[in-house]
Write a protein that binds this ligand. Sequence first.
Ligand SMILES: NC(=O)c1ccc[n+]([C@@H]2O[C@H](COP(=O)([O-])OP(=O)(O)OC[C@H]3O[C@@H](n4cnc5c(N)ncnc54)[C@H](O)[C@@H]3O)[C@@H](O)[C@H]2O)c1
Length: 276
Amino acid sequence: MRLTVSVIGAGGKMGTRITNNLAKHENYNLLFCEKSEQGIIGIEERGFEVTPTEKAVKQSDVVILAVPDTLLGTISKQIVPLLRTGSVLLTLDPAAAYADELALRDECTFVVAHPCHPSVFAEKFTPEEHADAFGGVAAKQDIVAALYKGEEEKYNIGEQVAIHMYAPVETCHRITVEQMAILEPTAAEVVTGSVAVVLKETLDQVVKMGVPEPAAKAFILGHVQICLSVVFRGTNPFSDACQVAIDYGLEEIYKSDWKNIFEKEALDKVITRMLN
Ligand SMILES: NC(=O)c1ccc[n+]([C@@H]2O[C@H](COP(=O)([O-])OP(=O)(O)OC[C@H]3O[C@@H](n4cnc5c(N)ncnc54)[C@H](O)[C@@H]3O)[C@@H](O)[C@H]2O)c1
């Protein structure tokens, strides 16, 4: 089935990535919508042309909102009334849907799809796969998708477009919007992102204390891999002394009630902050 797909924000970071992938598919009539001068120049430099948003949305089977999350409420209020009956609105992050900030319409279907990014344990064979940490270029990744509101049959269209726009995709995991919000921001950003920052601050700290940077970097990044491997894959157990040091770190670094960040109030708080 040939589908007309509009990408709003087609010149942004995600807009560029996903339109590069969707443009490879002959069954999509792809329309690029963008507001900023820089974004428009980028689209034209890639050899595409920009279509006025209203004209594009009115003829689209699928409209993708690749705009900043802080603008999703306002922009969806402008776009949703223009959608064709039976069309699909696809957003790339659960925050606005979770916070009930997306404008909705009974005759349309609303889908959210987010990339998992290539796993640290994924098999990678080529330099291009190794270089593709984000995914969507050469390295395989899984994605998650949720039907926020609307018809099951239309969800399948949204999911198929999501698989193509985040390609190469290994598996699309169907979850709910609430589950996606637990994964992002809480699991992915609040926890994993802050741990990554702590690791970089650890590197800076030991270098400040006199450890040569190349040695410190090799040591820390090597230990990131082996620690993840032991904890997630049970490759080889930590030594008894190592386990003592890990328990000491858990006690000293984390508040005993840190898992409160998974409570609904905490999730609401961080999403409100992100959307404002
Ligand atoms: N950047 C990432 O790593 C990443 C990863 C996964 C999901 N996402 C999600 O993707 C979405 C877009 O994020 P991004 O990082 O690409 O943002 P971005 O700021 O890079 O791009 C947004 C684009 O939207 C354009 N825009 C803004 N208002 C517009 C309007 N009214 N009409 C047309 N274009 C308009 C901007 O000019 C810009 O080019 C968000 O929902 C975000 O959560 C981002």
